[in-house]
Design a protein around this ligand. Structure first.
Ligand code: MN
Length: 234
């Protein structure tokens, strides 16, 4: 039903498929955790003793499993970052770590695509990261596995292959801040709501990806995601 008060059509609701069903999960916000695996912090040359921090992507940056990501504008160095994605069915403020899992609808595997050259330039100029992180099609995400079916994975391989070759190979047990700690910490910064998803950080092995690449990601016990990098939009 359309509300006639809208002066333009309301934007479509971004969604993620729910694995094994014809249902979809509506996405409200996409939160991302920076620097949450030691080996990735080391490869980026950052201080591994600092606490993690957060940035965001627009909800309509989601690309579904099997989708194509047009190579983005302005960059010469787009990187893949495979990540465990957590989807919230309820929210709140100041959520205790011990209660955090109660808010989780499910889990998926996603990619935090990054215009690395622009991110690093922003970082060095102490400017915001949106140009490097929050661009169109920057958040491919596979189908959600329901926590009621798979539980709450604390370990399991997290991998990304590019054209059949392993690039990223980590384990969820290497997360510096685990999922309940991230939810609790984020909920101190802002009120979390149903529909919020969190990309929880990437293991080592981030690298450039170019048009024609096929990226195949998997989190053991959670699911898979395959996307292709396409030509730039005209
Ligand atoms: Mn990331």
């Amino acid at each position: 039903m359309t509300d006639s008060r809208y002066v333009i059509p309301p934007p479509p609701q971004p969604t993620i498929a729910v694995a094994g069903t014809d249902k979809v999960f509506p996405v409200r916000r996409i939160w991302c955790v920076g620097r949450n695996y030691i080996e990735h912090i080391r490869e980026m040359g950052q201080d591994e003793r600092l606490p993690p921090f957060y940035f965001a992507k627009p909800a309509d940056a989601i690309v579904p499993d099997g989708g194509t990501v047009p190579y983005p504008s302005l960059t010469k160095d787009m990187h893949h970052e495979v990540e465990l994605v957590v989807a919230l069915k309820s929210g709140g403020r100041n959520i205790p770590v011990a209660k955090a899992n109660d808010h989780i609808y499910g889990y998926a595997v996603g990619i935090d695509l990054t215009r690395r050259d622009l991110q690093i330039a922003s970082r060095d100029l102490k400017r915001p990261w949106e140009v490097g992180k929050a661009f169109d099609h920057s958040a491919p995400c596979g189908p959600l596995a329901e926590a009621s079916k798979i539980g709450h994975p604390a370990k399991g391989k997290i991998t990304l292959k590019c054209n059949g070759q392993i690039r990223q190979d980590g384990d969820l047990n290497q997360l510096i801040w685990n999922v309940p700690e991230i939810i609790s910490n984020l909920s101190e910064m802002c009120q979390l709501e149903p529909g919020d998803i969190i990309m929880t950080g990437t293991p080592a092995g981030v690298a450039a990806t170019v048009p024609g690449d096929k990226l195949e990601c998997e989190v053991e016990g959670v699911g898979k995601l395959t996307v292709t990098i396409g030509q730039p939009l005209k």
